[in-house]
Design a protein around this ligand. Structure first.
Ligand SMILES: Nc1ncnc2c1ncn2[C@@H]1O[C@H](COP(=O)(O)OP(=O)(O)OP(=O)(O)O)[C@@H](O)[C@H]1O
Length: 227
């Protein structure tokens, strides 16, 4: 493990209940890397992401995520780990009853921000990063699917995460919008945040050649190829 490692799993077995989903996982991801996570339905991608964000406990093996030791991670530490992670999942959508600004403010307040000026500045900053500064007062339903996904990415960036975990972030988007979202995630990785993106979209993978991690038959391949 090097000083720039943000995800390090060593000989980790991943269980769902008593069922061994992935065995002997070894995985190393560095600061600023952009990595695709692929594998058939049920191959264990979500389970692997759950290990990384502390939703599943590791049994055997060792894991370090953004400086947190997974072996020592109790329920009280999980929220602190999550602050180092930006999560972009399909089932983690925007609150539909409030504006973009209020969606972002809600997360900042929930994670301990109290200074009104700093909150306003941070919201403007992240919206600038995703190219949506002008949409700050809009309601989610006034935005396109791609714009909503950008707001979700902006929300993930609020606490300056070391890692973004994105589970099928382009799943509901048309091909051009999907490319824009992946371009944005790539750009974010270039500024130092590691991005791990689960996808089934081979067109996207071909368009943005990057390292590929593959879950297959209970094993994680750290440097896979697509055919
Ligand atoms: N809560 C759970 N309890 C028991 N088994 C589970 C649970 N969640 C997932 N599994 C099982 O673990 C295995 C891996 O599931 P997982 O959701 O990690 O796959 P996946 O690769 O993310 O699939 P998809 O591409 O469909 O999202 C599957 O056999 C699934 O049935």
């Amino acid at each position: 493990m090097t000083g720039s490692t943000v995800i390090n799993l060593k000989n980790v077995d991943v269980f769902q209940q008593k069922h061994l989903v992935l065995s002997n996982v070894n995985l190393n991801i560095d600061k600023g890397e952009f990595v695709f996570l692929i594998g058939q339905t049920g191959s264990g991608k979500s389970s692997l992401l759950k290990i990384i964000y502390g939703d599943l406990h590791i049994g055997n093996g060792e894991g370090q995520i953004a400086g947190f030791d997974l072996k020592k991670l109790g329920n009280k530490e999980v929220p602190f780990l999550r602050r180092k992670l930006g999560i972009v999942f399909q089932d983690f959508q925007l609150l539909t009853d409030r504006t973009v600004e209020k969606n972002l403010e809600f997360v900042l307040k929930a994670t301990g921000w109290t200074d009104k000026n700093l909150i306003t500045e941070r919201i403007k900053d992240v919206l600038e990063k995703v190219g949506l500064r002008s949409k700050i007062k809009k309601m989610p339903h006034e935005l396109s699917g791609g714009e909503q996904q950008r707001v979700v990415i902006a929300r993930a960036l609020l606490n300056n995460p070391e890692i973004i975990l994105a589970d099928e972030p382009t799943g509901n988007l048309d091909p051009d919008t999907s490319e824009e979202i992946v371009m944005l995630l790539k750009q974010i990785s270039q500024s130092g945040t590691a991005v791990l993106m689960a996808t089934h979209d081979y067109h996207i993978i071909r368009t943005f050649p990057s390292r590929i991690i593959k879950c297959e038959s209970g094993i994680v391949h750290e440097d896979a190829q697509i055919v």
